[in-house]
Design a protein around this ligand. Structure first.
Ligand SMILES: Nc1ncnc2c1ncn2[C@@H]1O[C@H](COP(=O)(O)OP(=O)(O)OP(=O)(O)O)[C@@H](O)[C@H]1O
Length: 270
């Protein structure tokens, strides 16, 4: 696979400026400003239940339009733009829980995502080549993504219901990386995995950040997992950005400790 990088020579940046989201009377996000710079890194967003983490991902991917503030991609205002527009700018995601098409095999689930985009190379040229899937790129992209996550050959032709949770998670990640994103957002990737699987996930994410030149942003409740993979951690609480720093800095922050003490997150001190 050839990579013509979308962000060659320039920082591929996702930025939220004074972002607010209100659902009816609920203020899910209040005046959140943050920048995500592409590069080979992994950062995390943590926070108690209802802090606004998923809403933040939803704004970053165009699922939810903000009530106030702006979403900038590469310096361009993308506020209120459709999901597919944002996706084509190199922002990809996985969802809380696993969302795969039940009637399609693992391989087909990845293929439909892989063929819906032309990938980073074509995006860099500012075009979508007609017939590229028939030309084999979609298939190459699918196989490359499945190889990258390490899904065994026998599992690729199984339906999601015939796979383990870890295998389904691998398929979801393969689907998200098949578009060769510049930024990959992962919503609770470690949820439900056992210790051995979490270790494999940790290795996989580190490899993706390195090999793919993809910047990873992880929303995660498992604090020890977060602290072991992220170089930067942002903490949301009641829709506001409470802290931003290295894992050590965030863990030592008294406001963060207080925010977690009021919740049922027993893993907060881990
Ligand atoms: N579509 C919606 N309509 C109304 N309220 C919503 C909607 N989506 C989210 N909320 C509310 O916005 C707030 C933030 O929710 P969000 O799901 O973003 O939090 P979270 O940090 O991802 O929580 P969790 O850790 O439980 O997934 C919560 O109070 C939630 O109830």
């Amino acid at each position: 696979m050839t990579h013509t990088h979308l962000h060659d020579g320039q920082a591929h940046a996702l930025a939220l400026e004074n972002l607010s989201v209100v659902f009816g009377g609920v203020r899910a996000l209040s005046d959140v400003s943050l920048g995500i710079h592409a590069g080979r890194g992994i950062e995390a967003i943590i926070g108690p239940n209802g802090a606004g983490k998923t809403t933040l991902f939803n704004v970053l991917t165009g699922v939810v339009a903000p009530t106030g503030g702006r979403l900038m991609i590469d310096g361009q205002d993308m506020t209120g733009r459709r999901q597919d527009h944002i996706f084509r700018r190199g922002i990809s995601r996985t969802f809380q829980g696993v969302r795969l098409f039940a009637h399609l095999t693992a391989e087909q689930n990845v293929a439909i995502a892989a063929r819906s985009v032309t990938g980073r190379a074509a995006r860099a040229q500012g075009r979508f080549a007609p017939g590229w899937f028939e030309g084999g790129q979609g298939r190459d992209r699918t196989l490359a993504a499945l190889d990258r996550v390490g899904l065994p050959a026998a599992s690729r032709r199984r339906l999601p219901s015939q796979l383990t949770l870890w295998e389904r998670r691998m398929v979801e990640i393969a689907r998200a990386i098949s578009s060769e994103p510049a930024v990959l957002l992962l919503d609770e990737p470690a949820a439900g995995l056992n210790t051995a699987e979490k270790a494999r996930l940790r290795d996989l994410l580190a490899r993706l950040a390195g090999d793919l030149d993809c910047h990873l942003v992880v929303v995660e409740h498992d604090m020890s997992f977060v602290m072991s993979i992220a170089s930067r951690v942002r903490v949301l609480n009641f829709g506001r950005l409470l802290a931003d720093g290295t894992p050590a800095e965030v863990q030592a922050d008294s406001q963060v400790r207080e925010a977690y003490l009021g919740t049922s997150h027993e893993e907060a001190g881990a």
